[in-house]
Design a protein around this ligand. Sequence first.
Ligand code: FUB
Ligand code: ZN
Length: 679
Amino acid sequence: MSKVKITDEFWKAEQELVRTEVIPYQWDALNDNVKDAAPSYCMRNFRIAGEVNKKRKEAGYKEIKYPIPRDKWEFLPGNSENDTFHGFVFQDTDVYKWLEAVGYSLMNHPDPELEATADRAIDIIESAQLDNGYLDTLYAINDKDLIFTDLRDKHELYCFGHLCEGAIAYYRATGKRKILDVTIRFADFIYSWFVEGGIKGYPGHEIAEMALAKLYKETGNKKYLELARYFVDHRGEQPYYFDVERAVPLGERNKEQLGEVVFYDREEKTLRYHYNQAHLPVRKQKEAVGHAVRGVYLYSGMADIAAMSGDESLKKACEELFDNIADKKLYITGGIGSSQAGEAFTAAYDLPNDMAYNESCAAIGLIFFAYRMLNMDVNVKYADVMERALYNCVLAGMAKDGKSFFYVNPLEVNPKRIHGDERMGFVKPVRQKWFGCACCPPNIARLISSLGDYIISEDKDTVYTHLLIASDIDLGDEKGSLHINAELTRDGRVEFDVKHRKDFKLAVRIPYWGRSFKVIRNGNPVEKNELDIKAGYMYFDISSDEKIVIDYEIKPVIVGCSPLVQENTGKAAVMRGPFVYCLEEVDNGENLHLLKLSDNPELTYENGVITANGMRVNTQADSDMEGGRDTENGGDGLYRDNLYNEYKPETYKPVKLTFVPYYSWANRGENEMTVYVRV
Ligand code: FUB
Ligand code: ZN
């Protein structure tokens, strides 16, 4: 990241939004200072844990314990005592993710005031750490003797993972070690508890795996990689650790006892831990199942371990899981996890539009996974998925003013339906100021501010450019520097300006939307058959200063969907470059389902908006009606306002359709939206 300065108008503005609006706003949210927003309790918990820790050091202090019931995920004022832990069991992660975003933001843009706020937050976090290195405010406040007794649901290792990622980002940005040392103390404690203690557990919610791999990279201490591998290798072993820790034999339990979070296999009459991706040893997992965020976080950790230790069997499992997602379980927007129940992956091709869950965090996790796969094997299929999720599902998660967020990202919204049906309660027609379970907003902030990490990668001989985002890149003494000039919202012309120091190869991605392109090298056109293309990347030997221009044809296109996706039969979506577009009621009137693209749609793009020729199905209001009876102009006298009538082919009137980028929807008040439109 420190080598990449984003200059792209579009993405720089997003990063600036995160820096100037989102990060300060989120600090207020973490401190419960946003009016009318769900309280976070996050910093409050750390402060209380710090106080309790201080008291523990006083002579004669008697530990006070509060319950941490197994089936309780959320501790609220109504169900918990005053000075005890409040919020979701993973509330600590909100500040860790915030700190990570701050770290990246400081790398992009030094800001002493923000750094001072972060230092204060770090002091508060540190005050909550127990003497043995353990750190999780739920247990530090309520009962420290119960730590690691409910790995399946209580998220201590998930909190550790986010602490670790936040600490490394902050340390890299500032060189200040305090939060990194807090992390190392906790990591050492976890190592001694699990590896040295011989406890074959693993996180109920993954992330520690990839965080530990990062900690290994940062510190060079192999035991962190060993710990990551320990978690990965024990996952899915029989007997399931989640049963061992509950010490109730599998056969004596039923679904109700375990809550909704496991899957019950009716055929085999067994409980299976698909929800936590613990149903099978990881190398035997071929299908992405269960909670989507957990899934992609696990697969990212597996990919890290595979890359760092050359573990081919683990790499193969990652490849199969990736293909399973990309080929069968991925929305056009890059969203994953179609079901609200269990926030989970469902069957292949089951991609409902209005009931789509598509948690913002899941799309972010998919980017982590895709990027790790890309670094093992440079193949355009990984970068394509990464880009799809970034430009659409992830970006849609945040309002244009950076002050409200989506957790759930459906592809079709009808506010009337949502307000009239409790089953739809999880879909919000407008972004929310904050959430009790606020995993998504700070996750979006950390991803956008670390975008520099995803644009290029390099090995000894080659620089790979993955995202076509304008930036200045310092390639060091080994290679030189690279300036990418692009603005995909404007056109598909991407310039690669190389200042050569030593010879290297430049690899440029050919995205799925830009398969038609022209190459001009130092002013001279290059024919396609002269290009060295491998796995969707063109390779150029660089041995002097060069200007390579790729002119990708970027125009609005109609994109079809596999006929196996039941929801989209007879429908298509509109895209331009990496951006998915959608129809909104504010531009196209209500009842978007009545709209159709014409056979000759003549899509035109101007100022970010796509217009097309379309048709609107006539309804009663459009016909010559007398009391609902169609009498005039050759009408057949049938009642058109009846719910049911003798079948008649639809009639239409021509309309202009206006499509806006999906990421920008719901910024003009509550209204209908749809990505897929009838063709
Ligand atoms: O469990 C922690 C986070 O809360 C998950 O990643 C989200 O899906 C939400 O359930
Ligand atoms: Zn989330």
